[in-house]
Design a protein around this ligand. Sequence first.
Ligand code: NAI
Ligand code: CS2
Length: 505
Amino acid sequence: MKLNRSNLDKIIAASIPNQRNLNAQVGIVHLGFGAFHRAHQALITDVTMKELGGDWKIVGVNNWRAAGKPIPETGTEQEFAQQDNLYTVAVGENESVSLEVIGAVEEVLFSNQVEKILAYMTSESVKIVSLTITEKGYCHHPSSGRLDVNHPLVVHDLANIDEPHSAIGFLVAALKIRKEQGITPFTPLTCDNLPENGHVLKQVVLDFAEQLEPELATWIRDNVQFPCSMVDRIVPQTTEQDIAAISKQLGADDQCCVSTEPFLQWVIEDKFNNERPLWEQTSISNILLTDDVIPFENMKLRLLNGTHSSIAYLGYLAGYQTVANTIADPDFKTFIRYLMDKEISPSVHVQGIDLEAYKDQLIERYQNTALQHRTWQIAMDGSQKLPQRFLQTIQYGVEHNVSTPGLALAVAAWMKYVSGVDERGAAIDVRDPMASNFFHIWQTHAESLDEVVSAFLKLDTIFSAQLASNEVFKQQLVEYLDQLTQLGVKQTLQRFMQTHSIQIK
Ligand code: NAI
Ligand code: CS2
């Protein structure tokens, strides 16, 4: 039996949509209709319509062209259509899994269906265009936050604004039409893991518009709000095993399901051009509208994502395939908690949060065996992630006399990881827009780790000038890279904890 509208009444193993969300009108376009959006914003909006009503159905767009993937013959977009745009969110905690069938989606489009996408994005009924396009989707330089005007997608879209390939191109093309037709702008709402994500999105949109049509840039600057938001829910890429297990539990075939954890959090800057769903008035807790998201972003990007990436690089190199497997190793669990307590927490200043309880909960979340969250998946796109996950915390430490050798070890593990060879000599499938740069560095300087580190520190889209010229940081990188190469991860961690008198828990 297929999951679709005609079979909904046969589904007994899950909560199912009601007529309010099934029959609502479109109010949101989402660019980057991936696993996270389906388990977080789309689910929250689904509950909002179920409980409070409102026309907030979602049109999802998968920017496969921008992602460098061929347009698939089959895949999410077509399989959504075959399921009447219904899908299941499986919420798992260790042995227990509960299912929610989501009815918030109107349709899912390929990114080459430009006319249809722009028709939705320029419709007065669409009040929000949200994004989860991955850090690399912003076509920006992570160290400066400015648009990379030489990015192939940006070059294409500036010359073909009526046929955009990038998410930024789609946003500017749609805002241009809304300006010309006197239609109130939508609110671009970024839900990506970037510090001050709304400010980053505004900057790259303005940089793009300035290149295209300066008066459009002025109009956007004066009329369009770009709220920041902090988003949190661990949502691994869906595997074939997930699809089989969820379909079996559901009692219907669902090719578009996702698996996630019970925890979710969404902190949103209350700065919208237009109406929005009343997400914070639903039965879902941990949704906050506020004037200042940045302290919450710093807390999450540094304490969760900083330790997530540490687990990813150190865990993968040590041979651990998942977060849960890695954190089950006492050496790793102790090191990760040390990072949280001694190196990252001093840079986190957020009101109204019990940070000790938050960190305890993070460790529990990592231990959740219901999620097969691969270290390989988290390890991807490090060139876009390192600044906000490691480097800004290290920079804070330099400025505030907080020693961060553990984070330097994590950066060294990243450098080792992107060499493309693990400590057993096996090849690593490195996914990163700058992967070729990293391979070139290792091929050119493999004889001298000092030269490898110096070459990496010259990558100014990743490392700020201050950090690149910090001799203590550089020496730490050379020392740990040498230890990782000579001793492997486990012994390096054990030596680190002996040196710093850290008791294994
Ligand atoms: P995913 O791989 O399932 O989906 C990524 C989406 O981004 C796809 O629709 C893809 O077409 C699009 N995309 C990829 N590269 C692009 C580009 N260069 N330009 C435009 N679109 C592009 O990944 P998932 O899990 O949905 O995560 C997406 C983002 O959501 C993450 O990068 C992160 O910023 C944020 N996020 C993810 C969480 C998670 O646990 N998965 C949790 C919190 C935030
Ligand atoms: C992960 C994040 O893949 C990654 O980089 O660290 O997607 C992480 O799962 C989320 O930020 C959790 O909210």
